[in-house]
Design a protein around this ligand. Structure first.
Ligand code: GDP
Ligand code: MG
Length: 656
């Protein structure tokens, strides 16, 4: 019995595969036109990679023993016929577990030892390397290989309090949030820091990434989980137990890590089977479940529609046994439907929109390229047709005229050189605003401000000031981009008028998106800089980690904006170069045909015939390009076959 989510995900993947086929057609068409190695080709390749590599990250977060692992098993892995992730009473999942599929890596489980926390290397950096991880391949001959290997995520070991403290897993200031010491004064810590499961499950193959997290203190102690992994998730699922209700520690996790989060957050009230009571009627039990669902929503401050009462265990067992009635009773289906209905259309729309934008640009470029070729051919045809019945003296004159025009054209170089120099200088200015060294200096300045502020009360203020400075840098870059654009626009006009170029300026990149990303980071991180965090902020380890995470996160924004600017600059340059080459080639072709015709009069008609043939071919290509783009756009914006729920999805009109 596959899950509703799996079914929907299949639809999504089919749609994506169909989109991929259309993109292949467009790519073949670009090869025909001879544009595959130009920016249009690069744009298409980037889009293709995005469509193929699109990931959907769903993170499960809660206090331990609420049933996260069990719920993941029931939704995603029931077809394995067994409990894949270990889910037993007590604390089982000791480290974050990420399930995904990467075909370029071997199937198996990769584990990063907890001792790596002692060095200053972030998880993101560890992901880039293979050494340091312990790789456990799955034994395919053993049907339970997966679940056997996964027991590793439960491993713990006992260490002294000093060691635990060095690992950042024990806090003298906060013993409640630290593991209990035994008589010998030793505490239990996880053996592993992070687990990556590379498994070709159909859903993971299609780009789903599932993140299972351990409970309380590991969450608080691992800034890279809370600052790195959770904010990048497309949806989070927070779980509370119907047997315990919302506890203080549930509330603490919700408040610290999820409550203020943007994007899709779901709440599950799990273990409703525990509420079944032989002395109560089914209607009474239902009423009690409903009352608890509403009170959970009230306590967490979310709309009741976002809270799903269910039993993960009952669902898993029912799916394994093929028991439809049990599955219905577990109420898992309603939750899966909500998950898929809000997540998948949103991804689909995002990809569809990217495709629409890119396809539009590619089509425009290709059409412009063909249009330019047609224009040059039309000029040539006109010239050649006018030669019918002309004397050889007249032909000589024409050859001279063409070479004269070609020479005149070459004078455009002076202007182009000046243009390039100004353009390059402006590019350097943008690069220096967004220099990585400056970024580190800015962050260090903020940390120094925090250190010197009384009782760290000014932490939030210092952080807000940092974000403001970063936004100002982006805004200065934006102003500069406008200047560059004005300068280019003016010079293009002159080149078009004086030298017959057909230069068109593409609008420069918009920094608004990056300014917003800085604001998002500000919202996400300032919750870790509140009054309650004064003690944490006093710890050099925490500030070192905070610094690293900030450098990493903001570098991504910096990379994005720099790439956007560089990409645009490259495009402008290559657009000019292409036109230069094509204009030059045009003169050459004209001179060649004239020379040929001067040698033998009968060459004239065959040359005219050749060009007419090329002309027809170009028009066909243009038509074919149009047809392929239209079918791609239809595919991209193809009517989404489900109701669009939950507000925050931006619905775009389907374009014909
Ligand atoms: N009765 C009942 N027990 C459940 C349910 N879901 C999970 N459990 C049990 O609760 C315990 C903790 O589950 P687990 O998935 O390991 O929790 P996690 O720490 O949040 O990952 C395990 O013994 C599960 O079998 C449920 O729906 N009903
Ligand atoms: Mg677990």
């Amino acid at each position: 019995m596959t899950s509703a989510f799996a079914g929907r995900f299949d639809d999504f993947s089919h749609w994506r595969a169909a989109l991929g086929e259309r993109l292949d057609e467009l790519s073949a068409c670009l090869v025909d036109i001879g544009l595959d190695d130009r920016p249009a080709g690069a744009l298409l390749a980037a889009l293709r990679e995005r469509v193929d590599g699109d990931k959907l990250i769903v993170a499960f977060v809660a206090e331990f023993s609420r049933g996260k692992s069990e719920l993941i098993n029931a939704i995603f892995f029931a077809d394995a016929g067994t409990r894949v992730l270990p889910a037993t009473p007590g604390r089982t999942t000791m480290c974050p577990v990420e399930l995904a599929w990467d075909a370029s890596e071997p199937e198996g489980l990769s584990l990063l030892p907890i001792a790596t926390r002692l060095d200053d290397v972030s998880l993101a950096q560890w992901r880039q390397r293979r050494d340091g991880w312990t790789h456990l391949p799955f034994d395919k001959s053993q049907p339970e290989a997966l679940s056997v290997a996964l027991r590793q995520v439960m491993s713990t070991r006992r260490v002294t309090i000093d060691e635990a403290q060095a690992l950042g897993l024990w806090h003298a200031s906060n013993p409640d949030n630290s593991p209990l010491a035994d008589e010998a004064g030793r505490v239990e810590v996880p053996v592993w820091r992070h687990a990556l499961i590379n498994h070709p499950h159909p859903l993971l193959r299609q780009g789903l990434v599932v993140l299972d997290t351990p409970g309380l203190n590991a969450l608080g102690a691992e800034p890279e989980l809370t600052l790195g992994l959770l904010p990048s998730a497309h949806a989070t699922v927070f779980i509370v137990g119907a047997d315990t209700g919302v506890t203080q520690s549930d509330l603490a996790i919700w408040r610290d890590h999820l409550g203020a989060r943007q994007g899709l957050a779901f709440v599950v009230l799990n273990k409703i089977d525990a509420l079944r009571d032989p002395l109560a009627t089914p209607a009474q039990v239902d009423a009690q479940i409903e009352a608890q669902r509403r009170s959970t929503a009230h306590i967490l401050g979310v709309p009741p529609e976002r809270v799903f009462a269910l039993s993960a265990r009952q669902a898993l067992v029912a799916r394994i046994d093929g028991d439809a009635k049990g599955l219905a009773q577990s109420r898992l289906i309603e939750f899966e439907a909500a998950l898929s209905v809000s997540l998948l259309p949103q991804r689909r729309q995002l990809l569809g929109r990217l495709t629409e934008d890119a396809a539009g640009q590619i089509q425009k470029r290709a059409a412009r390229h063909i249009g330019e070729a047609l224009r040059q051919q039309a000029e040539q045809l006109l010239e050649l047709r006018g030669l019918r019945g002309q004397s050889s003296g007249r032909l000589n004159l024409l050859v001279q005229r063409v070479s004269g025009e070609a020479m005149e054209f070459e004078q455009c170089h002076t202007r182009l050189t000046a243009l390039r120099a100004v353009h390059a200088r402006q590019g350097d200015q943008a690069r220096s605003e967004l220099a990585y060294d400056d970024l580190e200096l800015e962050i260090d300045r903020m940390l120094a401000e925090i250190r010197s502020s009384l009782l760290k009360l000014g932490a939030r203020k210092a952080f807000a000031a940092l974000c403001e400075r970063l936004r100002e840098r982006l805004l200065r870059v934006q102003v500069q981009l406008h200047d560059t654009q004005d300068m280019l626009g003016g010079t293009f006009g002159v080149l078009n008028a004086e030298y017959g170029f057909g230069l068109a300026l593409k609008t420069g990149p918009n920094m608004t998106r990056f300014v917003e990303e800085i604001s998002l980071i500000e919202r996400l991180y300032s919750q870790y800089l509140g009054l309650g965090d004064v003690l944490r902020l006093a710890r050099p380890r925490f500030t070192a980690q905070l610094r690293r995470m900030l450098v990493e996160r903001i570098s991504v924004v910096w990379d994005g904006s720099r790439n956007a600017i560089e990409g645009w600059n490259r495009e402008v340059t290559s657009h000019i170069d292409t036109q230069l080459i094509e204009r030059r080639r045009g003169f050459q072709k004209r001179a060649e045909s004239l020379t040929r015709i001067r040698g033998a009069a009968d060459q004239l008609e065959s040359r005219i015939g050749e060009i007419e043939q090329q002309d027809r071919q170009l028009r066909q290509q243009l038509e074919q390009l149009g047809a392929i783009t239209r079918s791609l756009l239809r595919s991209a914006s193809g009517a989404v076959d489900v109701e669009l729920p939950l507000g925050d999805v931006d619905v775009r009109r389907a374009r014909a």
